[in-house]
Design a protein around this ligand. Structure first.
Ligand SMILES: [Zn+2]
Length: 108
């Protein structure tokens, strides 16, 4: 995979890249340059080390729709994100069960 500087205004966006919309990227209070476009890139999961392609479209969605921070470097692979979701769901259930139990105890 070719390395391109996505912040370079003078570079012609390569085939398969997606243009960035700076109007929606403004939420990133960054002093660094904003990307001109997104290209598929190889990311390494910070949890398990799996290498995964982060597509240009996914990046655009993450930065511009999900309002992800442009400076965040910690990336997790799909499998680890799924695991995290499950873990959070379980933690939430335990939390809610705890509240329900307390409510029950209050009444009796
Ligand atoms: Zn992972």
């Amino acid at each position: 995979m070719e390395k391109v500087d996505t912040c370079d205004k003078n570079i012609k966006p390569p085939v398969g890249s997606v243009m960035a919309d700076h109007a929606v990227l403004a939420h990133n209070n960054t002093y660094g340059p904003l990307p001109m476009f997104y290209v598929d890139k190889l990311v390494v999961c910070c949890d398990c080390g799996t290498e995964e392609i982060w597509t240009a479209e996914q990046q655009k969605w993450w930065y511009e729709v999900a309002k992800g921070n442009i400076n965040s470097k910690a990336v997790k692979c799909r499998a680890c994100r799924k695991k995290d979701k499950k873990r959070k769901a379980i933690a939430r259930k335990v939390h809610l069960d705890g509240i329900a139990l307390k409510e029950k105890q209050k009444k009796t």
